[in-house]
Design a protein. Sequence first.
Length: 286
Amino acid sequence: MAGSENGPYGVGGLPPAFLTAGSSSFLDFLSAQAPDLLPSERAAGLPSAHGGFEAPHGTTIIAAVYEDGVLVAGDRRVTMGNVIAHREYEKVFPADEHSAVAMAGTAGLGVEMIRLFQLELEHYEKVEGTQLSLDGKANRLTTMIRGNLGMAMQGLAVVPLFAGYDVGEGKGRIFTYDVTGGRTEERDFAGTGSGSVYARGALKKLYRPGMAERDVVTAAVQALYDAADDDSATGGPDLTRRLFPLVALVTDSGYRRLPDDEVATIARTVLEGRADSPDGPTAPLV
């Protein structure tokens, strides 16, 4: 009744749309109920960027398939033009139990997109009672990136990297994207962000199919070191501040972030090796 403590919608104060069966897509639900909360809807009201406008920008992220699943890693630096905006930023996140997502590009929008993606996968699982396939998850992320195209045209691009353990196929898989939502499945390793060209170059020499966990983590740290060595927007291991790359592993057992102490131990070994060989290890001749 009017003035009830339960509000105009009855028990719980929720509109009917929240209590009836609908789409398994959280994005579809949000588009119908609160479209103003979607980043894509805010693009139309943005003024054109002028002059020296700079938003915090995150790089570099990489992924590699190994014997137990897939690794996703990223440096911790965020830049704003030629200034270091953050030194401890996190760019790698769990998407759900068996997948990980990392972002390069406009930092604030990237984190917002990842949170929406996490909600999208969680909503689907609750409505349907099962997880999306890995291909289905990759397709949902494609839709989200394409929806951000208006922001990208304003210079606020986000380019995620998605990887996960395919339970059906029993292996790790990696997907990369462009700003239009174009998706590519990578075979062994991948990277994106301004330092990724140097990181991929290092992995071309260091990567071997079927690598053990410690070996692939070491290769990833070496690759991010090489990226930081040639790209000022990428941060390398920082012993003074105890800042090291963020490394996540996704296997049949699920998502696991490697403890900082383990990454620090490997990073120190890499730095000690670089003291004698500044350009890093060389690949054996075959």
